[in-house]
Design a binder for this molecule. Structure first.
Ligand code: CP
Length: 305
């Protein structure tokens, strides 16, 4: 029995295997239609979600399985004071696998120590979001055809951006990957990411404020939302929320084969006028997320096709 709490819980070889499974599902969906017949996924979402929860649910249905769960903590017994540990033990009696999102960093890890079934971290506070990273990796593979020799710009909220933290960890294992961190001073990448990932792996990175200056060298631009829900002070959020807005004009100096990514939801940080640009990949990421979650469920439930 194995849980996935951090993207680094998966080796590069295992990620290659998940990518191969996801691409086989894309080519041969009927082959997988009964793979999880009789199995149940529990989606325990203590924080709002559209993509992650519904793609996990769609993934399980497309594998022939069933789904139970809640999308609002107020409708669960956590509102009466039940702990994450007890919730995990209880749900282990009803389901075969758990996908958990929680506003507290580390909550899915705590659940995994008490559950007797696999737990998948579906996003924990401003910390990690490993299954978004799986969606991102399939997108990079299909759009760029490689993980080595890429310059990736992360733009926006790099402090609380859990998708950014997880993707930096994942990409740090490939050759000649460079990062350009584009953010205001208040939202720079946390020190623990530098100390635990960038410095030990001798990753080349720079921190800048100007998206325009960074644009020409980027192979991938990973935009992020400034997250209102992570701020203690609304005035700070209002001051910072529109620091970066990607428009067709700002893309004029970008490479022709730039891959524009965003985990979504978007607010203002990418103009809708960019959506028709052939370089916009953020809705492809959404679909890729479903296929990678299907592959991950199969792996953790040890289903052989
Ligand atoms: N990308 C992502 O995690 O989206 P949701 O918050 O809608 O799940």
């Amino acid at each position: 029995m194995r849980s996935i709490i951090d993207i680094m819980d998966l080796s590069v070889e295992e990620i290659d295997g998940l990518l191969a499974t996801a691409e086989d599902i894309i080519e041969n969906p009927k082959k997988y239609a009964d793979a999880c017949r009789g199995k149940k996924l529990a989606t325990l979402f203590f924080e709002p979600s559209t993509r992650t929860r519904l793609s996990f649910e769609a993934a399980m249905y497309e594998l022939g399985g069933n789904v139970i769960g809640f999308s609002d903590a107020s409708s669960s017994s956590s509102s009466k004071g039940e702990s994450v540990s007890d919730t995990a033990r209880v749900i282990s009696c009803y389901a075969d696998i758990i996908a958990m999102r929680h506003h507290k960093e580390g909550a899915p890890y705590v659940a995994s120590t008490k559950a007797s079934i696999p737990v998948i971290n579906a996003g924990d506070g401003g910390h990690n979001h490993p299954t978004q990273t799986l969606a991102d990796l399939l997108t990079i593979k299909r759009e760029k055809g490689r993980f080595n020799n890429l310059t990736i710009g992360f733009c926006g909220d790099l402090k609380f951006g859990r998708t950014v933290h997880s993707l930096i960890s994942a990409m740090s294992r490939y050759e000649n990957v460079k990062f350009v961190m584009i953010s205001p001073d208040e939202l720079t990448i946390p020190d623990y990411v530098k100390q635990n990932v960038l410095i030990p792996n001798s990753i080349e990175y720079k921190e800048v404020k100007s998206l325009e200056e960074a644009m020409p060298e980027l192979d991938i631009l990973y935009m992020t939302r400034v997250q209102k829900e992570r701020f203690f002070n609304e005035a700070d959020y209002i001051r910072l929320k529109d620091t970066y807005i990607l428009t067709p004009e700002r893309l004029q100096s970008a490479k022709d084969d730039l891959c524009i990514m965003h985990p979504l939801p978007r607010v203002n940080e990418i103009s809708v006028a960019v959506d028709d640009d052939k370089r916009a990949c953020y809705f492809k990421q959404v679909l890729n997320g479903k296929y990678m979650r299907m592959a991950l469920i199969l792996k953790l439930l040890e289903v052989e096709i």
